[in-house]
Design a protein around this ligand. Structure first.
Ligand code: TYD
Length: 211
């Protein structure tokens, strides 16, 4: 662990999974759980997390664009997010909890959209060669169940949520491949369970790997 003027660097924890896996409510609960244990927490998201990133998010979620443009904008917003928010927060000792990061680009833009992963390795090297999450919690569940959860929410769906179940199943498989390649960092959470059980698993995993 690097030290900066005596302040221990914070931890960087990312949450991943297909749409409808239930990340958002658990991110809130995780932030509260950590704060109750005296950790300063900054909760943020991608795409988004900065004023520019939130503008890019609006475009990415609602504007049709070429799939390569989509991938490049994801990484451009990520660079801004790292420089303006994530790196300073970690330096001052905050725990950064991020709703999605580069694993999402591998899963959605490669698994979902079919782009070559080698391109992302180059972009990842450019944008955050020096930094990877300390821990990634991958919410896993079958795409069919996730679709039903989204359908039950009765709201307008974004470009990704509007994709068919086979798109989300490919995204899920790409996430699982990525987890198999980085088992020390990416930990699976079975998201097809009651919220209290999911929360227990999150707490156990963070306690083992970060506390
Ligand atoms: P998310 O925050 O999970 O949406 P919601 O507010 O509906 O919970 O993520 C927004 C969408 O962005 C999601 O469908 C996945 C997509 N996405 C990518 O395709 N690639 C990426 O690199 C990232 C970060 C997100």
């Amino acid at each position: 662990m690097t030290e900066n003027h005596g302040t221990p660097r914070g931890r960087f924890i990312t949450f991943e999974g297909i749409d409808g896996a239930g990340k958002s409510s658990h991110i809130k609960a995780t932030a509260e759980w950590l704060r109750a244990r005296g950790r300063p927490v900054l909760a943020t998201r991608e795409p988004g997390g900065t004023p520019l990133g939130e503008m890019l998010r609006e475009l990415l979620l609602h504007q049709r664009m070429h799939r390569e443009t989509e991938a490049l904008l994801m990484f451009a917003g990520r660079r801004e997010h790292l420089v303006q928010v994530i790196e300073p927060a970690l330096e001052r000792g905050d725990w950064v909890i991020c709703d999605r990061f580069s694993d999402a680009t591998y899963a959605y833009q490669s698994g979902g959209r079919g782009l070559d992963q080698a391109k992302f390795a180059q972009l990842e090297e450019w944008v955050h060669a020096h930094l990877q999450p300390d821990l990634t919690l991958l919410f896993d569940l079958p795409a069919g169940i996730a679709r039903r959860r989204i359908a039950a929410q009765a709201r307008d769906l974004d470009r990704f949520e509007q994709e068919q179940a086979d798109f989300h199943e490919r995204v899920r498989l790409a996430y699982l491949d990525r987890a198999a390649a980085a088992p020390q960092r990416i930990h699976l959470i079975d998201a097809d369970q009651a919220p209290e059980i999911v929360m227990k698993r999150i707490e156990e995993t963070i306690a083992i790997h970060c506390l």
